[in-house]
Every structure is written in C-alpha cells, then in structure tokens.
Design a protein around this ligand. Structure first.
Ligand code: NDP
Ligand code: GDR
Length: 322
C-alpha cells in the first residue's frame, strides 16, 4: 500500500523537489499551502494534479491539526519557515513565530494526531553561526548569529526534546546551503546567477552585493531532499549533517558565474553596505561522514556544476522571455 507523506513548505524550493521525489517513489503526497494574495505555486504547478494541497499556516494550530487528520501521514516533513536570514533582522518576532514556535505546533499536531509518523525537521547550518570548529559535525557547538539562526536552534531542541520525552521518531537534518534554479531570488546564489543573465541580455548594468568574503558549503537541493527521505526511513531517529565538504567564498561564486557567461565581474559588481548583515556567519564547511556511513548518502553535484546549472537556467529563462 502507498504511504502518505505530509510536507509543510511544499511551495518552497525544497518542498517542490521533495514532492517530486516522493511521487516518484509512489507516495500519496499532501502539502500545506498558505493563502497569499498572489499565487505561490509556481514551483509545483507542474505536479499540482498529482498532489493534494491543504490550506493552512504554520502559525495556526487548528489548520495543522486538520492537515494531520486529512493526510493521516506515515511521514511528516517540516520545511515551512521564514527562511531568509536577512529578513530575520527586520521581522524577528515573525521569524521566531514561524521558524521557531512553528516547529512546536507541528510537533503537537504529530504527537496528538499522528504519533507513529516519522518526522523530519529542516534544521540548518546557520545554527553553527560563529565559527567554533571546522569542519562542522553533529557535535559542533551551536552559536547562532541571527534571529533566523536562534529560531532554528529552538526548533532543533524542541525536536530532540519531543523525541526523548514521547519516544517519537523525529530526525533533524542539519543541512548546509543548497541551491538550484528554483532558489528564491534574494539568496546570494540565485541573485548572482539571475544578475549575470540580466547583464548578459542588457537588462541591467550592475549587481549590488554585500560581504564577498563570506564562505559557504553550497550543494544542490535535488541531492539534499534525498538525504531527508533517507533519514526518515531509518529504524532509529537521529540528527545528521548534510553538506558537500567544500567551501567557497561569495567572491569565488561571483567570478565563476560571470565567467560562465563570458563576462568580467569587476565591471559590474558593486559592494553595497545595504546588503551587509548586522552579524555575519563567516565560514561554513560541513562534514557529512555520518550521513555517508549511516544513510549511504553522498552529494552528486558539486560547486562548479551547480553554478553552471544555475547560470545556464537563468540565461535560458531570460532568452525565452525575450
Ligand atoms: P523556501 O523559502 O524556498 O520555502 C519555505 C516554505 O515555507 C515555502 O513553501 C513557504 O510558503 C513556507 N512558509 C513560510 N511561512 C509559512 C507559514 N507561516 N505557514 C506555512 N508555510 C509557510 O525555503 P527552502 O525550500 O530553501 O528551505 C526549506 C526549509 O529548509 C526551510 O525551513 C529552511 O529554513 C530550511 N533550510 C534551508 C536550507 C537551504 O539552503 N535551502 C539549508 C538549511 C535549512 P510560501 O511559498 O507561501 O512563501
Ligand atoms: P544564508 O544564504 O544566509 O547562508 O542562508 P544567503 O544566500 O542569503 O547568504 C549567503 C552569504 O552570502 C552573503 N552575501 C549576500 N547574501 C544575500 N542574500 N544577498 C547579497 O547581496 C549578499 N552579498 C553577500 C551573505 O552575507 C551570506 O554570508 C541560507 C538560507 O537558505 C537559510 O534558510 C539556510 O538555513 C542557510 O542557507 C543554510
């Protein structure tokens, strides 16, 4: 018999890739979609007839409870979040409510209405924040540097606590940055690849960025949703770092993306203090050895291939729209 999976955040980057993966595996896929004044289904329009969308919001307990009743899930993937670190300083209370307390609301709904379901929590390398050690592992101390980061730490510990208090099957994936052509436009990778395409087609003549020295461990979202699924299939719940084990600076990303389109980045990139954050996470580099050994997971797409994929997709998109 097919399993039922419920995804919060199904309209986001990861939600869309995860829904595709679960459909391929024969799951009945349910997703929680919030009401907005403009359509927010562009990433899932191509599979919309194969999934069941339930209107709800992670700040609304009754809608989460109803989603559990309707979907009767074997697996719950909690991906919903205010996920943009920059915005978390402008909307700290909202971020804490959605990204932090939202996790507790999902845990409560699972505990009461789907207690035997296996649950995945989208935890983040932003929890490591200020560098304590590199590479970062499951045992590295957290030191969050933003309202987003401290909200994710809260969510992480809420999951550990419910796992230990109620013997629930809950796993935290501590995922490092992962990107794709479906990445939101404000995140630095997509901002750069979209900017490159605009400059290439004469729609823009500059790209304004913040800290070019920050370093990240960037992987491909399609690979990372497979790791989520693998965690949920384990006999025992646990927490895993998911990363490529490579780190690159924003500047390296800029250089590589511009050169992919045959452009000289120095003619176009302007550093704008507006995009520099009040507190920065300067260096992220993950060690996913545990995921490799226990889950049999390894990233397939590495940095250069990822940037090429994203630049090419943005060039193609603009070419079509022209
Ligand atoms: P996105 O920002 O692309 O997607 C976030 C999703 O959450 C969207 O579907 C959004 O809906 C939904 N959402 C936001 N607020 C609410 C709300 N109040 N109620 C219900 N749904 C809501 O993020 P990603 O797909 O990149 O990330 C998925 C998860 O993984 C997030 O929790 C993120 O914090 C975490 N994460 C991401 C990493 C990455 O590098 N991508 C790394 C580590 C963790 P809408 O479309 O309506 O806005
Ligand atoms: P991050 O991703 O904060 O790591 O969070 P983002 O792409 O926003 O920033 C990465 C780094 O680039 C620097 N940077 C800029 N960032 C943006 N957005 N815009 C700019 O103009 C710019 N210039 C330099 C940033 O300062 C930062 O150091 C992402 C999100 O997906 C989180 O939800 C997730 O948990 C973490 O990755 C892991």
């Amino acid at each position: 018999m097919s399993k039922n999976a419920l995804i919060t955040g199904i309209s986001g980057q990861d939600g869309s890739y995860l829904a595709e993966l679960l459909l391929d595996k024969g799951y009945n896929v349910y997703g929680i979609l919030r009401r907005l004044s403009s359509p927010n289904t562009s990433r899932i329009d191509h599979i919309i007839n194969s999934i069941e969308l339930i209107q709800g919001d992670i700040t609304d307990q009754s809608s989460l409870n109803e989603a559990m009743r309707v979907s009767d899930p074997d697996e719950v993937y909690n991906l919903a979040a205010q996920s943009f670190v920059g915005t978390s300083w402008n909307q700290p209370v909202h971020t804490a409510d959605v990204t932090g307390i939202g996790v507790v609301r999902v845990l409560e709904a699972v505990k009461h209405l789907a207690p035997s379901a296996h649950m995945y929590q989208a935890s983040s390398s932003e929890m490591f924040g200020k560098v304590q050690e590199t590479p970062q592992t499951e045992n590295t101390k957290f030191y969050p540097r933003s309202p987003y980061g401290f909200s994710k730490v809260f969510g992480y510990w809420a999951c550990v606590n419910y796992r230990e208090s109620y013997d629930m099957h809950i796993s935290n994936g501590i995922l490092f940055n992962h990107e794709s052509p479906r990445r939101g436009i404000e995140f630095v990778t997509r901002k750069i690849t979209d900017g490159v395409a605009r400059i290439k087609y004469g729609l823009s003549n500059e790209l304004r960025l913040g800290n070019l020295d920050a370093r990240r461990d960037w992987g491909f979202a399609g690979d990372y949703v497979d790791a989520m699924w693998r965690m949920v299939q384990q006999e025992k719940p646990d927490d895993y770092v998911i990363a490529t084990g490579e780190t690159h600076s924003v500047q390296e990303l800029v250089e590589f993306a511009f050169s992919r389109a045959g452009l000289d980045w120095e003619k176009y990139v302007v550093v704008d203090p507006k995009f520099v954050r009040p507190a920065e996470v300067q260096l992220l580099l993950g060690d996913a050895t545990k995921a490799k050994n226990v889950l049999g997971w390894e990233p397939k797409v590495k940095f250069k291939e990822l940037v090429e994929m994203m630049v090419d997709a943005d060039l193609e998109k603009l070419k079509k729209s022209k």
